[in-house]
Design a protein around this ligand. Structure first.
Ligand code: MIC
Ligand code: SF4
Length: 754
């Protein structure tokens, strides 16, 4: 048993009392999110928190980290003077495995090339009492769902898709590494009390439609920023009608609408999943408190009273969706997709179709997809596009191999990749004739930002359910609609694909020879953690310097970014993942994907000292060498996507002093604050237009920096004129302390030294 049953028992023992007290305090029925949040306060409260306004201190039950973010999280944790983590925590080796040939060989290569990092993560886990999931064990969110997620629990994870665990009724939130350090150090973890969006599901899915289509539709409705600062709670008879893993898919992709997390209520589907994954005891415990693991009945009766916004979806009418390209909220029902492809001139030919990943590799997903692959065989159809399968975990992989499903994929030419992120995060050595050729791929993953999968700007990536991905792979054509269209088989006959069928859970249970877990030492005090001073991949952290106590004058404009600027644009993944433990080296990718508003180019900005155009990181290093700080200006939803705190630490390390944007994505804004950076938003969004290429910038008001009080930005233009305008911030007292100290870690360290 890898999970901590005593911790779960404690949570459930306290739950009824806490829920009752909260109901009394709020004086009304409760949503599920409220029950779980108030049951996880760091210290009890006698007054309600205001949603969307109050900062709240929480005490999550668990922490999960993946290898690409754990390095920085644990390098920070090392400096806090603790002997052991305060709550159960795990590390998962999934992001650093590159997909090239196939599972076995790729895994062996990864173990070899990443040895130094894996050794570091394994030994530091051993030392501080952290469970370690070896490379090959699977993708963090799948492994968490199989082993750790439990209804009514609360966890944080250093990955934006941590909310996947909402499929088992857990409030699971993606954070940066510095937030994980708080919880592992036993300190309160702070979050603004989320708003609540209710999604009422009526009816029941059938045929080609699957859970993925619910979230693809929701993404179309809410857009990539519509969930910002909110928990999305799904309810209604439709919600109870489908599998826990389907619920997980929906919660996983809540990250794509910026939601803090997403949540389903405890039901028999969750109990079934707990049982089949070896947690009958957890299911029994949850059953005892089940009324506290669902919203109060009154909430169902009149949801608009309890949620800030309510959306209703009728599953009887829901069509399969395909979203993309380049953004996950461009949602097309399959009946309209072919036309959209034609009108927009997206490449119709499908080059590669990829299923699996943390989003969609349940037994249900795989078995339904395999049923289509089997039809291709039976109906004499070829698989026209390349086709890959990424199992989410070794447990899934072993089980689908045992049950013959991998064999079916093999027969249609499918390539099984390692149980890892691989092509989802640019860890894909794709074979393509001409990287500049406009081409289309479709995945059952969650993100489709430009360059994300293979690094090529020419690739148009779409996301859909694994069933639709498989059907389109058979057709090799994006304009194929499996619900209505026929295909020509090898004998020249016209055939149609039947609806996919599969199993929600494996009829013969899950199994694995070695799931890939390594328990930490009982007493880790003797364990040595080695970081070589000459390493290219790991670097001990030096504290950032404290604020100088004055307003910031004469800052350079580093870049005015235009349009989408996700964390992939700020700190690209793929080939750069190897430097995730080395702040100085990874800083060489800072903002190289951002588009300069003055010339529409990436990684080409004017150095105002030399007047020459150069790469963003090199320009910033030059400013730093000359003693200048700088400002980065950005557009809407800046920092959307990943939880990677490198996107905040790199500018901090290279001497950027403020990020000034129209709006932020939640995790990134917090990451900036944690690292002692100023994250500011235009009070009037049009002021973005005032910023000129040769500006120097002052930030005034810092000596009286206070919650709710605007700061002032002064632009000094090249022609001698100036503009002055107010800017907003969301810093509370504590976060202002972080800014003054030069970062949250400096505050923790100072307190530990007392
Ligand atoms: C992603 O899906 O973008 C990642 C890679 O999993 C990131 C984490 C990272 O950048 O390491 C995330 O989602 O937080
Ligand atoms: Fe890995 Fe992709 Fe899932 Fe992120 S979204 S955890 S990169 S599989």
């Amino acid at each position: 048993m890898v999970f901590d049953i005593d911790m779960i028992k404690k949570v459930y023992a306290a739950l009824p009392g806490k829920v009752e007290a909260t109901r009394k305090m709020l004086g009304r029925p409760l949503t599920l999110a409220e029950k779980i949040l108030y049951a996880h306060l760091y210290a009890p409260t006698t007054t309600p928190y205001e949603r969307g306004k109050s900062y709240v201190e929480f005490a999550p039950d668990r922490v999960a980290m993946q290898d690409a973010t754990a390095q920085m999280a644990l390098l920070q944790f090392m400096t806090c003077g603790r002997d052991k983590v305060a709550v159960p925590s795990t590390v998962h080796c999934d992001h650093l495995i590159q997909a090239k040939v196939g599972a076995t060989q790729d895994l062996a290569t990864a173990i070899d090339t990443n040895k130094e990092v894996y050794d570091f993560l394994s030994s530091i886990s051993d030392k501080y009492g952290i469970g370690f999931w070896k490379p090959g064990a699977g993708i963090i969110h799948q492994v968490v769902l199989e082993n750790y997620a439990f209804p009514g629990g609360m966890m944080i994870g250093t990955d934006s898709h941590t909310p996947n665990a909402g499929g088992l009724g857990m409030v699971a939130i993606g954070v940066g590494g510095a937030d994980a350090v708080d919880v592992m150090a036993g300190l309160p973890w702070e979050l603004k009390m989320p708003k609540l969006i209710g999604v009422k599901l009526t009816g029941k899915m059938s045929g080609w439609t699957s859970a993925k289509d619910i979230i693809l539709k929701v993404a179309g409705i809410l857009t990539v920023k519509g969930g910002t600062g909110a928990i999305v709670e799904y309810f209604g008879e439709g919600a109870d009608s489908f599998s826990a893993t389907g619920k997980g898919t929906i919660c996983n992709m809540g990250a794509e609408i910026g939601a803090t997390c997403s949540l389903f209520a405890y039901d028999t589907k969750m109990a079934d999943y707990l049982k089949v994954t070896g947690r009958t005891e957890v299911a029994a415990l949850a059953d005892e408190v089940k009324e506290h693991l669902r919203p109060d009945a009154e909430v169902y009766a009149d949801p608009t009273k309890y949620y800030d916004q309510v959306i209703e979806i009728n599953l009887d009418e829901l069509e399969p969706y395909v979203n993309g390209p380049f953004t996950p909220d461009l949602a097309w029902p399959i009946s309209k997709f072919a036309q959209a492809v034609k009108e927009n001139n997206w490449p119709e030919k499908l080059d590669v179709a990829l299923i699996g990943s943390c989003t969609n590799s349940s037994y249900e997903d795989i078995s339904r997809s395999a049923s289509l692959a089997q039809q291709a065989i039976d109906k004499q159809l070829d698989m026209k596009s390349e086709y890959t399968i990424t199992p989410g975990s070794e447990v899934v992989r072993y089980t689908i191999e045992r049950d013959g499903l991998l064999n079916t994929f093999d027969q249609v030419g499918g390539v099984v990749l390692a149980n890892a992120c691989g092509p989802c995060i640019g860890q894909w050595a794709r074979h393509i004739d001409d990287p500049n050729r406009k081409n289309s791929i479709i995945t059952s993953f969650n993100r489709n930002f430009a360059k994300r999968n293979d690094g090529y700007a020419s690739t148009h990536a779409f996301v859909a359910s694994p069933e639709i991905v498989t059907a389109l792979a058979i057709a090799g054509d994006l304009t194929f609609n499996p619900l209505t269209d026929k295909l020509k088989n090898k004998n020249g006959e016209e055939v149609m694909l039947d609806e996919p069928v599969g199993y929600e859970l494996p009829p013969n249970g899950f199994e694995a020879e070695d799931a890939g877990y390594q328990a930490p030492a009982e007493d880790g005090s003797g364990v040595q953690v080695i970081v070589s001073p000459t390493s290219e991949r790991l670097q001990l952290l030096a504290p950032f310097s404290a604020w100088e106590g004055t307003d910031l004058k004469g800052l350079k404009l580093l870049i005015k970014a235009n349009g989408k600027c996700t964390t992939d644009h700020i700190s690209m993944a793929g080939p750069w993942l190897k430097y995730r433990g080395h702040l100085d080296n990874i800083s060489n990718n800072m903002l190289i994907g951002a588009i300069n508003a003055f010339n529409d180019k990436s990684d080409t900005v004017k150095n105002s000292i030399t007047g020459e155009y150069g790469a963003v990181p090199a320009t910033m290093r030059d400013y730093k060498a000359h003693g200048f700080g700088a400002v980065v200006v950005g557009d809407e939803n800046y920092g959307e996507g990943s939880s990677r705190e490198h996107a905040a630490m790199e500018p901090r390390h290279l001497g950027v002093r403020a990020i000034l944007v129209k709006s932020f994505a939640r995790i990134h804004e917090t990451n900036l604050k944690k690292q002692g950076m100023l994250g500011l938003t235009f009070a009037n969004k049009e002021d973005y237009d005032l910023i000129q290429e040769d500006d120097t910038i002052d930030i005034d008001g810092l000596t009286t920096f206070a919650p709710g009080k605007q700061l002032t930005v002064v632009l000094h233009h090249k022609d001698g004129s100036t503009n002055e305008f107010p800017v907003n911030h969301t810093y509370n007292e504590q976060q202002i302390e972080w800014f003054k100290a030069g970062g949250a870690l400096n505050v923790i360290r100072a307190e530990a030294a007392k």
